[in-house]
Design a binder for this molecule. Structure first.
Ligand SMILES: C[S@@+](CC[C@H](N)C(=O)[O-])C[C@H]1O[C@@H](n2cnc3c(N)ncnc32)[C@H](O)[C@@H]1O
Length: 237
């Protein structure tokens, strides 16, 4: 990959200012440094992290910008991807959610060090608990490499306000995974509105699926902790 701002402009039609680019690169540097002592991400070379973390995180921006105004959550954020790059680019009030407390603590150390704590907070806990603490409070939610599509739709729906968007970053999901998600979208009050397939600078193929919260779930959510991922919903007959 060449220069980040040029790549994002030429391949994605996304404009990055100089100060945003500095912050994005400083975030990547800091995360890779922390990663030497703690397992935040398995991608540990700068060149591949620039593509797989920063370029990929930013690829979802047009869909995030299309969402209604309001709070943003990145669930299963790990090392803060796509959450921190999205927060840098959008200035939305951002919540970085992960069930592993020490990851959130380390990540918030990086966020504080970059002076980004005015609009980014951490939530060390499970998505199911966040759904009880802040139901319907988010205008947009992202997730990358967290769970199957059906599990994610169930976890995300109770977080979103009406017309809020879920921007789901995937590699190359199988037809079965997509079908299992589409089969239960109605049950959880979500609807697929866009699907984009794209290729990163290193040739890897990626997919973004965008869902809108169109109604209240037809069942009580969240279910018991862990069930969304252990026993994904099946369509009602
Ligand atoms: C493979 S990592 C992905 C990290 C990051 N999104 C990325 O793409 O680099 C998945 C993360 O999701 C978190 N996670 C999985 N299920 C979760 C849940 N129910 N609530 C909160 N975090 C969860 C895990 O702790 C882990 O840090």
């Amino acid at each position: 990959m060449g220069n980040l701002a040029t790549t994002m402009h030429e391949h994605y039609d996304i404009e990055i200012s100089e100060s945003q680019e500095q912050l994005l690169l400083a975030d990547l540097d800091a995360i890779l440094k922390v990663n030497k002592t703690m397992n935040l991400t398995r991608i540990d070379t700068y060149e591949s992290a620039l593509i797989l973390h920063i370029e990929d995180s930013l690829a979802g921006l047009p869909f995030i910008n299309d969402a209604p105004q309001g709070r943003y959550a990145d669930i299963g954020t790990g090392g803060g991807f796509p959450g921190v790059p999205v927060a840098i680019m959008t200035n939305r009030d951002t919540l970085l959610v992960d069930s592993v407390q020490k990851k959130v603590k380390a990540l918030m150390g990086v966020v504080d060090g970059l002076g980004l704590n005015a609009n980014i907070e951490g939530y060390p806990g499970r998505v199911e608990d966040l759904a009880k603490d802040m139901p319907g409070k988010f205008a947009v939610v992202t997730a990358r490499a967290v769970s199957s599509l059906a599990s994610l739709l169930e976890l995300v729906s109770p977080l979103l306000k009406k017309h809020g968007r879920f921007v789901c970053y995937k590699g190359q999901p199988t037809e079965e995974e997509i079908k299992a998600g589409l089969d239960i979208q109605n049950l959880v009050g979500m609807k697929l509105v866009e699907k984009k397939e794209y290729q990163l600078s290193d040739g890897s193929r990626r997919t973004i699926l965008v869902f809108e919260k169109v109604s209240n779930p037809k069942i009580k959510l969240p279910r018991r902790i862990g069930l969304a991922q252990k026993e994904p919903l099946k369509p009602r007959r």
